[in-house]
Design a binder for this molecule. Structure first.
Ligand code: TYM
Length: 332
């Protein structure tokens, strides 16, 4: 039976990239009536230093973001990773399955550890092994993510295959990365070659889910573009990364294809297109940010929901972990 799992790090505020590449698509999966499990991956967040107060706030804010965007605890399991100890435990077991060489090839590791990798945390290196545990602990079959997480989901498949092979079992399924839609890689508004990221030092490079209408309009007005008018076909965007990014964002927000968008706006200048994009972005994002602030008024209620979600997650995870330990040869 199909089961969807995905997660987001509470390592900063939510960006438009997280929304279009992940949460919006989680809501679509939830509507398909498949079993859906969504996680606030706080154990992953601490692979780089997080201020404790900020981590607590970001965990609640991310939960509010999931809820405000339409994740419904009556339909999906929504929880935070550290409350379900099984994640850490299976993560350890997978550290003994995964190979050093596999981890060293991860582009996210190379980017994040940088030149001074000797000073990176051991957790940052093992990060993909814990992510494999997140997914396989539920025998999830589908993992909706943005383009940047594809390599990690492929590594999850390698870990599942090696485990099954080493122990001569057919226990872990092979999860599929689901990278779909027009916004699988939303780019920085300042540089069309860089991903939009919550960790970019420039706030102008991203749209935050908590930005107000004026801030959104200002950031889009200042977004980098080229001097040409918009083309009328997708082909015309090929060597124009900044233009392509804004059109992709428009397509994802309006739930139109890139071709449909260009059929409408082809020939227009950015001076005309940017206000259209701002208006659309504000119309789609303002209700979510308003609902997020409303939910954030009652952190105890958010904590209660995370507790309930964690209990439901544990009910699925615990028997799968027990069986894994039994396969490995652990007593008890
Ligand atoms: P994270 O927290 O960096 O991002 C959360 C999700 O948002 C997507 N995303 C984007 N999509 C399009 N354009 C962008 N600019 C953009 N930026 C981020 C990411 O691809 C991701 O889907 N390792 C994961 C968290 C994780 C996880 C998991 C995911 C931990 N365990 C298990 C799936 C399954 C991460 O760092 O995502």
């Amino acid at each position: 039976t199909p089961r969807v799992f995905s997660g987001i790090q509470p390592s900063g505020g939510l960006t438009l990239g997280n929304y279009l590449g992940a949460i919006k698509r989680f809501v679509e999966k939830q509507a398909d009536g498949i079993e859906t499990i969504f996680c606030v991956v706080d154990l992953h967040a601490i692979t780089v230093w997080q201020d404790p107060e900020a981590l607590r706030k970001q965990t609640r804010e991310l939960t509010a973001g999931y809820l405000a965007a339409g994740i419904d605890p009556a339909k999906s399991i929504l929880f935070n990773q550290s409350q379900v100890k099984e994640h850490a435990e299976l993560g350890w077991l997978f550290n003994c399955v995964a190979r050093m060489g596999w981890m060293q090839r991860m582009t996210q590791w190379k980017d994040k550890a940088g030149k001074n990798s000797q000073n990176a945390s051991l957790g940052l290196f093992a990060y993909p092994s814990l992510m494999a545990a997140d997914i396989l602990l539920y025998h999830a079959t589908e993992v909706p993510v943005g383009e940047d997480q594809k390599q990690h989901v492929e590594l999850t498949r390698d870990i599942a295959a090696k485990f099954n092979h080493d122990y001569g079992v057919d226990f872990f399924p092979m999860p599929e990365p689901k990278i779909e839609g027009a916004a699988t890689r939303v780019m920085s508004l300042r540089d069309g070659s860089k991903k939009m990221s919550k960790s970019d030092p420039s706030d102008a490079s991203r749209i935050n889910m908590t930005d107000d209408a004026d801030t959104i309009a200002k950031k889009i007005r200042k977004a980098k573009t080229d001097p040409e008018a918009l083309p009328s076909e997708a082909k015309g965007l090929e060597d124009r990364p900044e233009a392509r990014n804004l059109v992709n964002i428009y397509a994802a927000l309006s739930e139109m294809s890139v071709d449909q968008v260009l059929a409408d706006v082809g020939g227009k200048q950015f001076s005309e297109f940017k206000p259209m994009l701002s208006e659309l972005a504000v119309a789609k994002l303002a209700p979510i940010s308003t609902e997020m602030s409303r939910l954030m008024q009652d952190p105890a209620e958010i904590d209660r929901m995370l507790g309930q979600g964690s209990d439901r997650a544990r009910d699925i995870a615990a028997p799968i972990l027990s069986r894994t330990k039994e396969i490995i040869g652990m007593v008890g």
